[in-house]
Design a protein around this ligand. Structure first.
Ligand SMILES: [Zn+2]
Length: 59
């Protein structure tokens, strides 16, 4: 999953992709409690900062 992402944060905001390469974490696109799987298709490599934002938006 991280290799697919090129070891870069996959978040794109207004057409500009985040350039963060450090502190990448696995974000579940569909949360596990909502029926999401642990497979790569449900995973996004995101930097720590964006992971926080994504989790906040989701709940
Ligand atoms: Zn990012």
């Amino acid at each position: 999953m991280l290799a697919r992402a090129g070891h870069r944060c996959e978040v794109v905001i207004v057409g500009v992709r985040c350039t963060a390469t450090l502190g990448l974490e696995a974000h579940h696109v569909v949360d596990l409690v909502d029926g999401g799987g642990n497979d790569p298709d449900n995973g996004r490599a995101v930097c720590r900062r964006h992971h926080r934002l994504l989790e906040k938006r989701g709940s």
